[in-house]
Every structure is written in C-alpha cells, then in structure tokens.
Design a protein around this ligand. Structure first.
Ligand code: BES
Ligand code: ZN
Ligand code: ZN
Length: 502
C-alpha cells in the first residue's frame, strides 16, 4: 500500500474544502484525480480513503490521508498522519507500507520553514510506529497485525535532503521504540508489574542498550535513610525497587569531562498500584491506578532512547517504585517520617504518596551528582481538573531550565502548560508538628501544593516537574493511536536531554 498525504487548501472561512495532495508525482496525482475532484474526501486530519488498483501505479493500493488545513500544517499533523495511515492498514491486514514523503512545495514553490526535512521524516516514522502498537497482549484471540515493513519514498533530491530524511527516519525509529517501550510497561496490570518486575524490565533494557543499571530494595532504602519512600512501601508485601540507570557519554580520546559539565537526573514515580493506602480511594475507577507508574515508565523509556542517541551529557535515571497498600503495617495519617534529606514530614493523607517517593528520589539524585533535575509523575487529580487531558502540568524553580524544556516541547509536539510554583504557596504545606505536611491545607491548587512539596527536596538545583496524571492514559479512540497508555513525556524528556549537548 502506498500512502500519500493531502491538505485542505481552502483559504476562506467556511468555504467548501479544497483537498490537495502533498506530492509532485504526476503518476500519484493522476491516480487520485477522480476521487480528489469528487468531494468525497475532504482531507480533514486523520481522514483516510483507500483506492484499489490505482491507475498507472505499481502499488496495489493507494491510501489518501488527510492532514487538515494547509494553513495549520505542522510536524505534529505529519506525525498524526503517519499514525492514521498505519491504523487504517491494520484492520485490513496490510503489513507492508510505503509512505510518500510529504512534499510541501507541491503547494507552492517554497518549502515551509516549519517543516524541516529531518523533523518531518522523524515525525512521520514516529507516528507510524506509535500507531502500530495495540494493547491486546492479554486477549486470547489476539492477531498479530504489526507492520512488517515501512518505507518512506522521497524523490531524488539534493544529497543533504536525502541524508536528512534518512537521519530523521533513524531517529524516529529510536524515539518511537522508546515511547512504545514505555507504553508497554504502563499497560501492564499491577499483579504482573510489581516493583521487582519493573526493576527486572529496566535491567533487561539497560543490558540490551549498554547502560549501567542497579536495582536496590528494602535494605538499601534503610541504609540511605529514605524514610519517605519507605513509608509508602511498608504497607505492601511486595518489596520496593530503587532503580538507578546511568548513561555515560564516550569522551574523545585524551579528553576528560569538563568540571562544570551538567549531569542530568531523570526521576520517575513508580507506584505500580495506588490503592490510596489507609486513606483508601473509592472503588470506582481504582483499576486505573495501575498506571501510577507512568512517570517511571517515561524515564525508563527516555533512558532507552538516550542510550541509542548517545548525547554528550551524562544522564542518571532514578526510579522509585513501590505499591501503595492498606495493611496492618501500612503508614497512617498522622505519622511523622524523616526523608533522606533530613526533613520531617507529617503524613496527612496516605494517598499523597507520589510526592513522598519522589522526595527521596530527587534528593538521592542530587547526592549522585545531578546538577539538573526533571521528574515525571501521575501526581495529582487536581492537575487533571486544572488542565484536562490535553496539556500536562509543568512546574519549575528555574526559568532557564523551564525554557529549555519548553523549547524541547516544540520539537516533540507534546503539550505541557506551566503552572506556578512560587514561594507564596509555601505556607500551604506548613505542619503543626513537623517541617512540612504531605498535602495542602485545602483542595484548591492541589497540583501546585504537590509541586511545592517536591521543591523542598530539590532546593537550589534547577528542576522541572511534570504532572502527567491527565495525559498518561488515552481513554478516547483517535484515528492515529490506540486507546490506552500514551507514553507521554518520553519525547520531550529526550529532546530536553539532547539540548544540553547542542
Ligand atoms: N496517583 C494519584 C493521582 C492521580 C489521580 C493520577 C488521577 C491519575 C489520575 C495520586 O497519588 C493521588 O492520589 N493524589 C491525591 C492527592 C491528594 C490526596 C492530596 C489526589 O490527587 O487526589
Ligand atoms: Zn495516591
Ligand atoms: Zn499515586
């Protein structure tokens, strides 16, 4: 099957759609001419139309894929288009696909600045491979419909363009591979993916990709005095896992790393199931809390891509994984625990457990030498109330670091919205009896008070916090991606890491 993209070039508002193909190939244009003129295909984003035995083409099928309005065409639409093409192929059992590289100059004489060759190629491949994954692992009647081959066909052009398309293709394979790896972890149910198993999966990935990996458990938590992390873990018979993955860049011969070279710390919340603990959650929807390790999944996936893309910066991934259970041995509201940093915490609600494991994870990452920190966590329902499911929350104690992340977002196409994390909110986590409490005094601004809590443990170290509670799981079917785990944050984190070696 050959895939070709189309956009709607109608300029006037509410005008009839005017679909146009993003190809300069006369053969493809001729084959599609009739249906393009029929008005049946409007080129809306994700719309597809399949032609059999297209006239004059070697391909058995020609699939038209809409990318929406030409005016708003960006790399993101190309990514979705790649996904829509593959997802249209799957139910038809078409497993060998060739995609015609979208030629924006088919519309005008110029290339659009927003559509650099390398990024378009990368997004196209990312979209196709993300669209290829289905989460039917546990269906007994599952059929393997995975792609067998994916080709991108581009016209012979200047050499640089050709190599850019190839480079984008290769990067797309790595990045989507990492994101799909994350998605497969997040999809696992809590009885399969315990903290121990998450540690094993991370170890196997690191062994395959040439990263150093260490997995610690209860004893080490006690040795390191991780009282906050342990408080959460203590109520489950499943032992916790502290997963540490290290990427060291290869230095040129005879060179040593600069003394002030950044070391990036990627810290993930890995609650493999969150019942809420003694402050137990309502039964309704609790089954979704298997995805409370999506932040950890994102960091493990990001490390996988980093191992392959080989940036020039040292990166340490730290995952704090535990199960949050009610039990005779579980921590309780009113308990006071001491975090690794020495700060004392009054537990007000055992369901605010993510910030506790991250408190020790962030502090620990600093002791390993991290100069910049980023964390990802399905941290608060309040963030979902604030931003819905289209934007995830972004918080930071440092504008320069936050700006760098926001630049990375432009390349990744993921959406995060910055919310405040300023000291005027600090009072809300004051405790009567300890240094801080683990919830805000009221319901209001719950995503911010959670971020303020984390900030107590990053202190002066530049840090970005990503609250992905609303975006880590897709509940709606989209033409370009399956329902289920989204793999949010992997692409942006990888891009952010790469921006330190530019
Ligand atoms: N894992 C939840 C947050 C969450 C909610 C993730 C919805 C995904 C979807 C977190 O541990 C939690 O329960 N947070 C509480 C905090 C509260 C007790 C201060 C919340 O958001 O209700
Ligand atoms: Zn919770
Ligand atoms: Zn949680």
């Amino acid at each position: 099957m050959l895939v070709v993209f189309a956009v709607d070039i109608a300029m006037v508002k509410d005008a009839e759609p005017l679909p146009a193909l993003l190809t300069t190939s006369d053969a493809v244009s001729d084959a599609a001419a009739k249906v393009m003129a029929s008005g049946e295909f409007k080129a809306t984003l994700g719309e597809t139309l399949l032609l059999h035995s297209p006239n004059g083409l070697k391909a058995e099928r020609l699939l038209l894929v809409g990318l929406g309005k030409a005016k708003s065409l960006s790399v993101d639409e190309v990514r979705k288009g790649g996904g829509a093409a593959v997802r249209a192929a799957k139910p038809r059992d078409l497993r060998d696909i060739a995609i015609a590289f979208p030629e924006d100059h088919a519309l005008s004489d110029e290339h659009l600045d927003e559509l650099p060759c390398l990024l378009v190629s990368r997004a196209l491949v990312e979209g196709a491979l993300l669209g290829d994954s289905d989460y039917d692992t546990y269906k007994s009647d599952r059929k393997d419909t995975a792609l067998q081959s994916l080709s991108v066909i581009a016209k012979e052009a200047e050499k640089s363009t050709r190599s850019e398309i190839q480079e984008g293709f290769d990067e797309g394979v790595i990045i989507a591979g990492a994101q799909n790896f994350t998605r497969s972890l997040v999809n696992e149910p809590g009885n399969v993916l315990t903290p121990t198993v998450l540690g094993q999966r991370a170890e196997a990935m690191c062994a395959e990709m040439g990263l150093k990996c260490e997995v610690f458990s209860t004893e080490t938590l006690h040795e390191l005095k991780m009282g906050a992390f342990w408080a959460v873990a203590q109520g489950s018979p499943e032992p916790p896992a502290l997963i540490v993955m290290t990427y060291e860049p290869k230095l040129e011969k005879g060179k040593s790393a600069a003394k002030d070279a950044p070391v990036l710390g990627l810290v993930g919340k890995g609650i493999t199931f969150d019942t809420g603990g003694i402050s137990i959650k309502p039964a309704d929807g609790m089954e979704k809390m298997k995805y409370d390790m999506a932040g950890a999944g994102a960091m493990i996936g990001a490390m996988r891509a980093i191992a392959q893309l080989k940036p020039k910066t040292k990166v340490i991934g730290v995952v704090c994984s535990a199960e949050n259970m009610p039990d005779g041995k579980a921590f309780k509201p009113g308990d006071v625990v001491t975090a690794m940093s020495g700060k004392t915490i009054e537990i007000v609600n055992t369901d605010a457990e993510g910030r506790l494991v991250l408190a020790d994870g962030l502090h620990y990452a600093k002791t390993l030498g991290c100069t910049h920190l980023i964390d990802a966590a399905t941290l608060t329902g309040a963030c979902v109330v604030a931003l819905g499911i289209l934007n995830a929350g972004l918080f930071s104690n440092d504008d320069a670091t936050s700006d760098k992340f926001q630049e990375a977002m432009k390349l990744s196409g993921e959406k995060f919205w910055r919310l405040p994390c300023t000291d005027d909110y600090r009072d809300q986590i004051n405790s009567q009896i300890a240094d801080i409490r683990n919830t805000g005094g009221t319901r209001w601004g719950g995503a911010i008070t959670a971020a303020m809590f984390l900030k107590e443990f990053t202190e002066e170290t530049p840090w970005v916090h990503l609250d992905i509670a609303g975006c880590a799981w897709n509940d709606e079917v989209k033409p370009w991606i399956a329902k289920g785990p989204s793999g949010i944050a992997v692409r942006s984190i990888v891009e952010w890491v790469r921006s330190y070696s530019a």
